[in-house]
Structure formats: C-alpha cells, structure tokens
Ligand binder design. Structure first.
Ligand code: CO
Length: 135
C-alpha cells in the first residue's frame, strides 16, 4: 500500500493557456504533456518537477466537478496524487479502514493510468488521487 511517489499535485485554473504561460515565466518549466480527459471533464497539462509533476487542470464545462470547485473556491490546489504499486490493494485497504471512496472501482485517468479518488472527508479535507502508473 505504501505510496512510492507523489505522482502529481493538481492545481485548478480557469484558463490553461495563461496558467501555463505564467508558470513558465515564473518557474521556467514547460508542460511535458497536455491532454483532454473527457471522462473527468478536464483538460490537463503535466509539468515535470524533479521526480514528480505539477498538474494544471481546467474544466471543459462549468457543470463538472472541477468547474464547480472553481465556482465555489476559485483557483487553487485541487488534489494530491499518490503513486501506489497496486491500486486494488490500496482501495481494499482504505475500504477496510472505513475511508469514504469517490471511486469504488478504478478508472482510467490521464496517461492511460488506472486511478481512483478518495473523498476529502477521509483525510484532512484533502482530495487524494491514487495512481497506478502504467509500466
Ligand atoms: Co490528478
């Protein structure tokens, strides 16, 4: 179950192009990938930082989880993604401990990885994504 990396830290933004330009101007880092994940209603850009990534996330429409997040809280930290070696074992472990899961079963996220979200009520009001990185 032990996470072996922070896969990414996700920041919700309203305008992906200007967020990328601003981040690049301030920190000198450019995205290594950019993709639309229609199932989650987002477009995401991944910026490599050390062994991990900053993920900039924009909603495809206002009526989506990230769209509603922006409407109520504004831009900012959205979730923390932990890389785990086996997503099924991690989910079973969390379920046994009584953690509320957003995803009872894994789904396919950005990069084709298997992912699942754990509800913010499970730990310190923080939305956590578990990622099983494709070999
Ligand atoms: Co994510």
């Amino acid at each position: 179950m032990l996470p072996y990396n922070i896969d990414h830290v996700a920041i919700a933004v309203t305008d992906l192009d200007s967020a990328i330009a601003e981040f690049s101007a301030q920190y000198g880092a450019e995205p290594i990938s950019r993709e639309i994940v229609a199932e989650q209603g987002v477009e995401e850009a991944m910026i490599a930082v050390g062994g991990s990534h900053i993920q900039l996330l924009r909603p495809l429409e206002a009526d989506s989880p990230v769209g509603r997040f922006l409407a109520t809280r504004g831009e900012g930290l959205h979730h923390l993604a932990l890389a785990v070696p086996d997503l099924d074992i991690a989910l079973a472990h969390l379920r046994e401990g009584g953690a509320r899961l957003v995803d009872e079963t894994p789904r396919i996220g950005g990069g084709g990885n298997r992912i699942a979200f754990v509800h913010p009520s499970a730990f310190a009001g923080t939305l956590i994504e578990l990622v099983e990185v494709k070999p």
